[in-house]
Write a protein that binds this ligand. Sequence first.
Ligand code: GDP
Ligand code: IMO
Ligand code: MG
Length: 431
Amino acid sequence: MAKIDILLGLQWGDEGKGKQIDELLPTYDGVARFQGGDNAGHTIKLNDISIVGHLLPSGFLRPGADMFIGNGLVVNPVSLIKEINQLKERDIDVTDRLYISERAKLVTYLHPFIDQAEEARLGKSSVGTTLRGIGPAYSQARGRQGLLIGEVLGSNYEERLETFIDFQMTTLGMYKKWGYEISTEKIAEAKEIWDKAVREMKKLKICDVSSLVRTKLAEGKKIMAEGAQGAMLDFDFGDYPNVTSSNTLTANICLGLGVPHTAIGDVCGVVKAYVTKVGGGYFPSRIKDEEVEKLFQEAGGEFGATTGRRRMCGWMDLPALRHAIYLSGTTKLFINKTDICPVDTIRVVTGYIDKNGQAIKSMPFHLNEIVDVETKEFKGWGKDVYGINDKTKLPEELVTYIDYIQSQVEDLGVKIISIGTGPDRNQSVSW
Ligand code: GDP
Ligand code: IMO
Ligand code: MG
């Protein structure tokens, strides 16, 4: 029986998971998503092509790679069909190798409105969600009100949907109390697009992905599981409520794909050489100097792949990284975006300080308990690292920086495998 290796983001998302999966895929037969939904935005760049996958696993530019959407996802048919069609426009047809779990959760045309309504209710303390309806889809699925993807093929689909839509309309109506109202025209418009997408989705391979993966593993096929979001956005171990509504850590692969823990192989973690975050919530290592943060945003093109929002930038955060490594069981580390170094001095956060000036020894209950950070300075390495593939050609300052990170995770049994020097496939250096 082959094992499933896993690739996860270890920060707050957008670590370059898409690029990393695409680069590693030649040694795999398939790639599987196990959580999240179209809140994800995974970019794959190959020469002039740059494609962002939201629901589709990052195997679309690797012909022959199977693509599995596990039961742990919440699937909006509109996004799914849009992505498939956008690929078709580039002569890439993934429909023969795309398998969607019948047990994945169906996102309706009302879920994004409920997400909007809830964010409006929260006002200043909103989570800053992607407004894709992810939170409401997971909570209503847990509440057993929702529908599974496989139900769209069932004989009582219309009836089941009607009951659920009635429930959702009542839920939406409740938000009038907080001033949120959505016009019937907007709902009708969304419904029409969604119904059409559901009809298209019915033609796809909706099946028992858990047993299909089991069969593939028994045949010795190698599958990579692809995390979405990041370890610090994990529902249980992130900074609740500033989290996503699914578990992003290794443990969720078993339940989000339907495989036993014994099927799990290597755990690969991806980080950026710095950190970014979008949405609300506390971000301990955020760069305090706005001008410096802006330099990173611009040099790194730090604008969300899903919502286009400006990403906040911070220094590499070692306590958070160690926390994420431990929780995910990461053994192999990939560090992207080392070509982005627009300043002369780089910092690494080495510790947190509480309001009494005391060192915080472990991740606090709420990140806002961290009032200051301890940092270590490193010399910047300039901008000419872009596209380098050869370690001997890297600036000494960058080697020093990466070796330092290695020394700080060594005791956790982690080895840095490669660093990214550009967004394109194979713009990387083995370590
Ligand atoms: P994901 O959500 O983790 O897949 O990451 P995103 O696609 O949202 O954001 C990562 C961004 O960084 C994308 O635009 C990638 O093309 C880009 N990227 C990934 N690795 C590198 C790298 O090593 N260098 C540079 N310059 N860009 C990279
Ligand atoms: P990838 O897979 C970065 C963030 C949102 C918000 C919080 C909850 O591309 O790394 P949600 O819509 O999930 O209910 O929003 O999570 N978030 C992400 N941030 N990258 C992502 O995905 C994200 N997916 C969700 O900004 O703070
Ligand atoms: Mg992303």
